[in-house]
Write a protein of this length. Structure first.
Length: 220
């Protein structure tokens, strides 16, 4: 993993967690936080960490799969050029969509899959009161349709390595951990303007990295 990718992963993950992630995953976090309100501080902390670690594990699984897929389809310099160029164009469009938050983003973040499979399962699991159910909830959270996650999956794919893909998604998950763990306090303390600026910066980085990736593809 080069320095440009590493800087992009960490900066986008943290900035996006302040803005986009609080919007996309906030409902899930509020739901399980309400469930934990009746538990003592120790149990609530354990359950919350279990949820978040399982969420990150879900990301790692996705990173491994997409990295492996990348290793399968990037079999020559020509193939690498085409893949990088197409991924670059997608990331430019994704960055613009994340800024505008209109129909384009709704199309990219199509929630049909979530409505049919993830949300019904989430409603079923949230009724249970076991550590395992909370771990499964966190794992499902990792599979929510999300433009920011798509960015990191594109990086995992372009890495052409299952190991590098899983590392990219691990760094992404860890970078979002502080905000997601302390969601309720952070969400209320940050102004709308600040979150909008964080979203703007992370989206611009995504588009710039897309241009960089497309350039690499064009020059390959």
């Amino acid at each position: 993993m080069d320095i440009a990718t590493l800087v992009s992963v960490i900066s986008v993950a943290f900035l996006a967690s302040i803005s986009h992630c609080t919007f996309m995953c906030g409902g899930f976090v509020i739901a399980y936080s309400t469930k934990l309100a009746n538990k003592n501080a120790c149990s609530a902390t354990i359950f919350s960490f279990a949820y978040q670690i399982s969420r990150i594990f879900g990301y790692i699984v996705l990173g491994l799969l997409f990295g492996f897929l990348g290793s399968a389809i990037i079999f020559s310099s020509t193939a690498k050029g085409y893949i990088f160029f197409l991924l670059g164009i997608f990331l430019v469009v994704l960055g613009i969509a994340l800024i505008k938050r209109g129909k384009l983003l709704s199309f990219i973040e199509n929630d049909t899959f979530a409505k049919k499979l993830i949300i019904p399962k989430f409603k079923e699991l949230i009724k249970k009161d076991s550590l395992v159910s909370f771990m499964m909830l966190g794992f499902l959270n990792g599979f929510l349709p999300c433009g920011v996650v798509y960015y990191f999956l594109a990086l995992s794919l372009s890495s052409g390595s299952a190991l590098h893909g899983s590392i990219i998604m691990l760094i992404f998950g860890l970078s979002t951990l502080p905000v997601m763990l302390f969601f309720s306090g952070i969400a209320h303390s940050l102004s709308t303007k600040f979150k909008s600026m964080a979203n703007l910066f992370s989206s611009v980085i995504i588009s710039l990295y897309g241009i960089y990736l497309a350039y690499l593809g064009f020059m390959a």
